[in-house]
Design a protein around this ligand. Structure first.
Ligand SMILES: NC(=O)c1ccc[n+]([C@@H]2O[C@H](COP(=O)([O-])OP(=O)(O)OC[C@H]3O[C@@H](n4cnc5c(N)ncnc54)[C@H](OP(=O)(O)O)[C@@H]3O)[C@@H](O)[C@H]2O)c1
Length: 247
């Protein structure tokens, strides 16, 4: 088990890639604060089932990433438990597609609120705690969309490009405290967000992908386990592409 005795905070834990990361981390022995936007009974049940299955504690924590006070209250709850925080996986995010000239400032701000500002806030709070611990690992879910300048993705692409920048910068600032900061850049993953595009665009992207298929959420989760584990102990400031060869 690669993450035995590690405690991890994972956002967007209720579905998609985040849910897959929770399951893989639990399987690898990590205890988890599973963060979701709002309370739901199926989520609570799902988390307690995983907890029983893998013999680790998993605590649901609820906050909306658009609301700073909720983020801060969520962290108060996590920090009040007086446990080490070994890993933060900043996974939650939203998709958005529209042309440069058609994108409203409100859309741009909303996407940055979730995909960038809230991520920075999460990194700040986690890093302060990890600096005191003199150890920690932060993984940001970026995207090949933040690297490849695809037309029609002004808000999403630029928010992820900004997150890539912060990832590399934070690795430099925090390395001396024993904190590693890395990103994962998936291409099109088989989740609700992956299917956000039109079918014709999806088929074109698959045709342009050397491995000719969508990525499974579990394959992104495998990359997160690797980056969080001792196997990646000297890797920081890296953006690990999980893209089937696309970029
Ligand atoms: N799928 C892809 O093709 C792809 C490719 C590259 C990168 N990514 C990145 O991977 C990450 C996960 O994507 P996914 O495919 O798993 O997406 P998804 O299935 O749409 O899930 C998104 C997750 O983020 C949460 N979230 C969104 N806005 C939130 C908010 N304001 N507060 C709290 N939680 C919020 C959602 O919660 P709710 O259920 O409450 O909405 C959900 O848990 C994202 O950062 C995404 O940009 C995805």
């Amino acid at each position: 088990m690669h993450l035995r005795e590690k405690n991890a905070v994972i956002t967007g834990a209720n579905r998609g890639i985040g849910r897959a990361i929770v399951e893989k981390f639990a399987k690898e022995g990590a205890c988890i604060w599973a963060c979701a936007r709002k309370y739901s009974e199926p989520f609570e049940k799902d988390m307690s089932k995983l907890s029983e299955q893998y013999g680790v504690w998993i605590r649901p924590v609820y906050f909306d990433l658009r609301i700073e006070k909720e983020i801060n209250d969520g962290w108060k709850q996590i920090i009040s438990e007086k446990k080490t925080i070994d890993i933060l996986v900043n996974n939650a995010g939203i998709a958005s597609g529209s042309l440069l000239t058609m994108t409203s400032m409100d859309t741009l701000k909303e996407v940055f609120e979730v995909n960038f500002f809230s991520q920075v806030r999460m990194i700040q709070v986690a890093a302060r705690k990890m600096m005191r611990q003199k150890s920690g690992c932060i993984i940001n879910m970026t995207s090949v969309g933040g690297m490849e300048h695809r037309p029609g993705y002004l808000a999403y692409g630029s928010s992820k490009a900004a997150l890539i920048w912060v990832t590399r910068m934070a690795a430099k600032e925090l390395g001396c405290y024993g904190i590693r900061v890395n990103g994962i850049a998936p291409a099109m993953v088989d989740t609700d967000m992956g299917h956000f595009r039109k079918e014709t665009e999806m088929q074109k992207i698959i045709a342009d992908t050397p491995l000719r298929r969508l990525i499974r959420p579990s394959e992104v989760a495998d990359a997160a386990v690797f980056l969080a584990s001792e196997n990646a102990s000297f890797i920081t400031g890296e953006i690990l592409r999980v893209d089937g060869g696309r970029v």
